[in-house]
Design a protein around this ligand. Structure first.
Ligand code: ATP
Ligand code: MG
Length: 156
């Protein structure tokens, strides 16, 4: 098994999350190829961090929450490949995994960002990075990051 690192971050505001997203983007480029899980309750900031990361990777235009479609895919600029953003909140039927082609996407290179990964726990391959986002009463976010050392280190 490869090495795993764990660290804790504090994001007092969205600007702090953006700084982490920009450093993580730099570590992922030039060819982002990782499975990143975003854990946390409703409103924790999973979609927000995904948007910040995709922006930092050069995605322009609308980045919508994939809640109803389950998946949104983006072509990254400069031939950096694809990024797929999943929200498994409403994912229930394991057959959908095959039918929607998710197996193929996770088997291929590229960036995969997963909200509510616990709802697809039986299907998802192991993550390269897991973020556990906790919403604090003062609106700041406490984040536990676990995964590949070079990605965890990039966040802090
Ligand atoms: N780091 C942050 N600092 C301050 N506010 C934030 C931060 N991240 C998110 N928010 C705010 O919290 C709200 C909810 O964020 P978001 O939609 O990203 O949550 P989510 O975890 O994706 O929720 P869901 O489980 O419903 O998909 C948004 O209004 C956003 O502006
Ligand atoms: Mg969301």
């Amino acid at each position: 098994m490869s090495a795993i690192l764990e660290t804790h971050l504090l994001w007092p505001d969205e600007a702090a999350a953006q700084a982490s997203a920009q450093r993580l983007a730099a570590a992922l480029l030039p060819a982002p190829d990782a499975l990143i899980e975003l854990h946390g309750p409703l409103g924790a900031g999973k979609t927000t961090f995904t948007r910040l990361l995709l922006r930092a990777l050069g995605v322009e235009g609308r980045i919508k929450s994939p809640s109803y479609a389950v998946m949104e895919t983006y072509e990254l600029p400069s031939g950096a490949g694809t990024a797929s953003h999943f929200d498994f909140y409403r994912f229930g039927d394991p057959r959908e995994w095959e039918d929607a082609g998710f197996r193929d996407i996770f088997a291929a290179p590229g960036l995969k960002l997963c909200e509510w990964p616990e709802k697809a726990a039986g299907q998802l391959p192991p993550a390269d990075l897991q973020l556990f986002i906790e919403l604090m009463p003062d609106d700041s976010r406490r984040v536990r990051a676990v995964g590949a050392p070079r990605l965890v280190e990039a966040l802090a």
